[in-house]
Design a protein around this ligand. Structure first.
Ligand code: 13P
Ligand code: SF4
Length: 326
């Protein structure tokens, strides 16, 4: 195993060129470390294929909450691994690439939220934070939600409180539509999902007339209006399984198609196009590679480390979410 690592490190070329099976080495290392590998639906195929669990933010949070492993190798973006650490303070949580961030998370710095809340104390906000945010933002929130449970979490909010929803204005607006509950929305967006436009989506609908279209709620209202279903990435899998259609248009990050093709091989999935390209990729999600994942589990770094007071404050709203969305 040491030799294979050395070769892969030195060559910088895909390990298969050297006759080295990095996926098999990673599986051995996983057993040695008593580790679990969690991967988001947008990860590159090689990482989805070696993971113990592939899913959306909600499913991954539940997996992180129930694991007995000593180490969690989190193949996703930083806020996802950080969430796993917040609810698993005694476990080591490693991420293949520490720079795998998220534009939504960046759009709401903890200091900006603190300033806003201070300026608006008269509103006595009940803060609902979409999970795509930092621990510093979670720590200032009353409850967390994901795209898979946002409707349920908002419906459970105290009816006598003003709600501030951070950081995604599109997901927030979608939940307002679904629940009728008024909320003040932070002006953040996902840089990937706002690339889909009504024009690019209308065009693909015309090209595949009759094919149902499923979109992520991080898309703009103009795009959501053109969808047959709007849901989390996990619910996209069940939507596509249950649909009678043979061809389905999927408007989200293109990594999603790997899981769909693998689990539903008889159907044909068309990635939603943007104005500039045939499909959309999240550059942060794509920073993780099989080689970086192997190195992270071998070296136990980059590791997610959090100051205990911050972790503790960020934990309460996550546990509230897990309880409410059971
Ligand atoms: P899901 O929880 O629906 O997988 O969404 C996560 C995400 O980052 C979407 O851009
Ligand atoms: Fe963040 Fe968008 Fe990437 Fe999801 S797809 S991780 S919301 S930047």
């Amino acid at each position: 195993m040491a030799e294979s690592v050395r070769l892969a490190d030195r060559s910088g070329i895909g390990p298969s060129f050297r006759g080295v099976d990095l996926a098999a080495d990673l599986a051995d290392l996983k057993r040695e470390r008593n580790a679990i590998i969690l991967a988001h639906n947008y990860q590159v195929p090689e990482l989805q294929d070696i993971a113990d669990f592939v899913g959306d933010s909600l499913g991954l949070s539940y997996q992180a909450a129930k694991t007995n492993a000593d180490v969690i190798l989190f193949c996703g973006v930083h806020f996802m691994a950080e969430t796993a650490k917040i609810i698993n303070p005694t476990k080591r949580v490693v991420l293949p690439d520490l720079d795998a961030g998220c534009s939504l998370s960046e759009s709401c710095p903890p200091e900006a939220l603190a300033t806003f809340l201070k300026k608006n104390t008269d509103k006595n906000y009940y803060v609902i934070a979409y999970i795509n945010c930092s621990a510093g933002v979670k720590a200032q929130s009353d409850v967390i939600c994901t795209s898979g449970n946002a409707e349920k979490i908002v419906k459970a909010a105290p009816s006598d409180r003003n709600i501030l929803f951070v950081p995604d204005q599109n997901l927030g607006a979608w939940v307002v539509e679904r629940t009728g509950r008024k909320m003040d929305l932070w002006r953040g967006t996902c840089y990937v999902h706002v690339e889909f436009t009504a024009r690019s989506i209308r065009k693909i609908r015309e090209q595949y007339a009759g094919a149902p279209l499923v979109a992520h709620p991080e898309c703009t209202a103009a795009v959501r209006m053109l969808a047959d279903e709007v849901c989390s990435t996990e619910k996209m899998v069940s939507f596509c399984k249950n649909s009678a259609a043979e061809t389905i248009i999927v408007v989200t990050e293109a990594g999603m198609l790997h899981r769909l093709k693998k689990e539903i091989p008889a159907k044909n999935f068309i990635p939603g196009p943007t104005e500039h390209c045939a499909c959309a990729e999240c550059r942060f999600m794509k920073m993780n590679t099989l080689e970086k994942a192997f190195n992270a589990l071998r070296d136990l770094e980059p590791e997610i480390i959090l100051p205990e007071p911050l972790r503790k404050r960020a934990e309460a709203p996550i546990l509230r979410m897990l309880e409410l969305s059971k």
